[in-house]
Ligand binder design. Structure first.
Ligand SMILES: Nc1ncnc2c1ncn2[C@@H]1O[C@H](COP(=O)(O)OP(=O)(O)OP(=O)(O)O)[C@@H](O)[C@H]1O
Ligand SMILES: Nc1ccn([C@H]2C[C@H](O)[C@@H](COP(=O)(O)O)O2)c(=O)n1
Length: 226
């Protein structure tokens, strides 16, 4: 099958909006591959920390991104053979990922790696620029969001479930700061593109959000078949 014929659903949106949760559920339901693009930026951040690289040296960071030895397998993420699935979720990795994602060289080094996930029968992917830059011809593009306060509550509960204590005010501050950085960078900024559908999940359950994405996708597939 020609690559451009392989269906792609992109789910972009701000931090803790539920992109990853919904994208994974949808992918599982329709048996598509899944790409968490944020994990790639987080892996570059983790490797940067491990190797004490200079976070201001964009070319050095791009080399790290280009040569990352990573494997996604059975819901685990491996960096150079070691499981780092939980390590990359640390707030420090998220913040550094957001910083180095502003370097064009780093983004360019990850572009083809992301596109390689477009394999039959299809792909569901989440991030910040999946619909706007990486898969501009995606079948369905969604901008998934929720209010900053709701996202903070969700992140708080998520951390609590993992046994990690957090402060609601600090979390809200971090989420707003990250949104601002990701939205205001000059390259591939976070934002709803004109051809993306808005899905505000502030008042939706996970199941309702999942059903909305599936119904939008089915509607497109149905229209294309008549
Ligand atoms: N509609 C919803 N209602 C309630 N909780 C939700 C909803 N969607 C997601 N969540 C919960 O919110 C938390 C954050 O979701 P998730 O990690 O998927 O967000 P994300 O956008 O991928 O975050 P990040 O960009 O930081 O990776 C999870 O605990 C998830 O279960
Ligand atoms: N397509 C993407 C995905 C992620 N990033 C950057 C910006 C985020 O703050 C950071 C971590 O992402 P998360 O795991 O929280 O989704 O990575 C990006 O610029 N583009």
């Amino acid at each position: 099958m020609k690559t451009e014929k392989i269906p792609v659903i992109t789910i972009d949106g701000p931090s803790a909006s539920g992109k990853g949760t919904i994208a994974q559920l949808v992918a599982r339901k329709i048996k598509f591959h899944y790409l968490d693009s944020g994990a790639l930026y987080r892996l570059v951040a983790l490797k940067t920390l491990q190797s004490h690289a200079d976070i201001h040296d964009a070319d050095q960071l791009a080399q790290i991104a280009k040569h990352l030895d990573i494997v996604f397998k059975n819901e685990q993420i491996y960096l150079e053979g070691a499981i780092v699935t939980e390590d990359i979720r640390a707030e420090q990795c998220g913040l550094l990922a957001s910083q180095l994602a502003a370097y064009p060289q780093v983004r360019a080094a990850l572009t083809e790696r992301q596109r390689a996930f477009r394999q039959p029968p299809g792909l569901v992917t989440d991030g910040r620029d999946m619909g706007s830059v990486i898969f501009p011809d995606a079948t369905l593009k969604i901008f998934l969001t929720a209010s900053a306060e709701i996202r903070t509550h969700r992140r708080y509960n998520q951390l609590k479930e993992k046994g990690i204590s957090a402060n609601m005010a600090d979390l809200l501050h971090d989420i707003k700061k990250r949104d601002e950085r990701d939205s205001n960078r000059s390259i591939a900024p976070l934002g709803q593109s004109a051809d993306a559908r808005l899905l505000d999940t502030s008042a939706l359950t996970i199941s309702q959000a999942q059903d909305t994405v599936l119904s939008w996708y089915n509607e497109i597939v149905h229209k294309a078949s008549v």
